[in-house]
Design a binder for this molecule. Structure first.
Ligand code: SF4
Ligand code: SF4
Length: 464
């Protein structure tokens, strides 16, 4: 009786020496297939029409195939299992409150799509910010709050940051809620007492952006009129020298066609300054400058192709060695495990406060008032009826036309939901290309297989 079938999430890899391994994206299991029937078994395991019965395998092999999720009961709805996991993650992901202190910035990066308006949060908004935090923490049933300071350049509204941080920490201490913070900054306008600032505001992590070594960085990160002149590279370097002694620093390295040659020399530069061996070792985050929305469509001409970016990232990995870390901003390095968490935009109890007092799901939307989903105080009403609010609440990649049929779904969950909201098919297809081009390498590395016969997954295995 045929009561078993192959999982739709099986992916095979084969080394040129004939060794075979199978990866299951829904469980994260890897199985090295050995023996004379390995090739035939591999073929069956990626055939969605294949049906088996328990008698087709010996007990030990069947046990391993079932435990790894490679073979499942014929009537199991695998997409429904991923859906359940996704919705659980939306409710369980930690509470993050992202606070855009100001939309203003002292630098004018050519690729920045943000409107550098005069919008800024005021001290009078602090009570409403704390109230929003309280509501979200209580609704989550959790006992922790993570605040992410964001901008513009968040430190251009230092008074608000200081006051809101103190008030939020007071609320957390009284309510028995643990508190940590992070910050995304260009690193040019920090207070002199870096250690004291980090300690006072419980900053565990700071992302400081670089656009190359000095020449490229300063050309791209120029001071705007009224703020400069200055050497934005030297300022950021000086800050990182001090930050690595008290907080984790993510060195976000923004890459486009014009500064790609600086990445490897930047690693040498960071190593020479001891950033990778400091008490809080810095982490390199190569990021591909790309078009995020209609407002940044001009970036298409400057952006590297995914293949070019992957090659550069591989070179960075090789250069940086084992002792230091390269992290990928969108998709983690190493063997992808089935996802169990969502980005803050999908987390039920997380919210982004815009500098003008509206609330958003995604930080990249702040300032696009038509994308707001609510307001900080009842005095400000969202444009129209906040039409996106319901979309965010109900977005489910397991029901999206392409993702629901995609075998990368358990490790991808549709990638960035904002791209689905905007109907950005180019970005969604790029996400699929990323997995087709990279998953075989990641599986092979985890299975100890070198030299792949076929380093790219064909589209028919993605949609089977
Ligand atoms: S919606 Fe996209 S850009 Fe926004 S937080 Fe999520 S992954 Fe990031
Ligand atoms: S690879 Fe593309 S189609 Fe597949 S889940 Fe991710 S975004 Fe959706």
């Amino acid at each position: 009786m045929s009561s078993l079938r192959s999982s739709r999430y099986n992916f095979p890899v084969q080394g040129r020496d004939g060794r075979l391994a199978m990866f299951n994206a829904a469980t994260g299991a890897i199985f090295r297939l050995e023996g004379r029937d390995a090739g035939a078994l591999s073929t069956c395991l990626v055939d969605p029409a294949q049906r088996f019965s328990a008698e087709d395998f010996d007990d030990e092999l069947l046990g391993r195939l079932r435990r790894g999720g490679f073979v499942i009961a014929a009537d199991v709805d695998e997409v429904a299992i991923i859906r359940e996991r996704y919705w659980r993650a939306r409710g369980e992901t930690p509470v993050v409150l992202t606070i855009t202190t100001t939309m203003n910035c002292n630098l004018g990066c050519y690729y920045c799509y943000e409107e550098r308006s005069g919008a800024r949060l005021e001290l009078a908004d602090v009570d409403a910010i704390v109230e929003l935090a309280r509501r979200n923490v209580e609704a989550s049933g959790k006992h922790s709050l993570h605040v992410d300071w964001y901008g513009g350049e968040p430190l251009l509204n230092l008074g608000l940051l200081e006051a809101a941080s103190a008030a939020l920490q007071t609320y957390c201490a009284e309510a028995g809620v643990s508190y940590v913070a992070s910050i995304i900054s260009n690193g040019t306008d920090w207070p002199g007492d870096v250690d004291g600032f980090v300690a006072r505001h419980c900053i565990r992590q700071a992302q400081i952006s670089f656009d190359g070594l000095s020449t490229n960085h300063n050309k791209r990160r120029r001071y705007r009129k009224g703020f400069g002149p200055g050497d934005s590279f030297a300022r950021a370097v000086e800050l990182v020298d001090r930050l690595v002694r008290c907080a984790r620093v993510d060195l976000r390295f923004n890459i486009d066609r014009g500064n790609q040659g600086d990445l490897i020399p930047f690693i040498s530069f960071a190593r020479a300054r001891g950033w990778f061996e400091a008490p809080y070792a810095a982490v390199l985050q190569p990021a591909r400058l790309a078009s995020y929305s209609g407002a940044s469509a001009f970036m298409r001409g400057h952006e590297l192709t995914l293949e070019e970016f992957d090659a550069l990232r591989a070179a960075a990995r090789a250069e940086i060695g084992d002792g230091e870390r390269v992290e990928e901003s969108e998709i983690p390095d190493g063997l992808p495990l089935p996802k169990t968490s969502v980005c803050a935009a999908l987390a039920t109890h997380s919210v982004v406060v815009g500098a003008e007092g509206r609330t958003y799901r995604c930080g990249l939307q702040v300032g696009e008032v038509a994308r707001a989903v609510g307001t900080l105080s009842a005095a400000i009403s969202p444009e129209g009826e906040a039409p996106d609010a319901g979309w965010w609440e109900s977005f489910d990649p397991t029901l999206a036309p392409s993702c629901s049929r995609c075998s990368f779904l358990p490790v991808c969950w549709g990638g960035c939901p904002k791209k689905h909201l905007e109907g950005d098919q180019h970005a969604i297809q790029e996400q699929g290309r990323y997995w087709r081009n990279n998953l075989p390498r990641l599986i092979a590395a985890a299975a100890g297989i070198e030299g792949l016969c076929d380093p790219v997954i064909p589209p028919e295995l993605q949609f089977r």
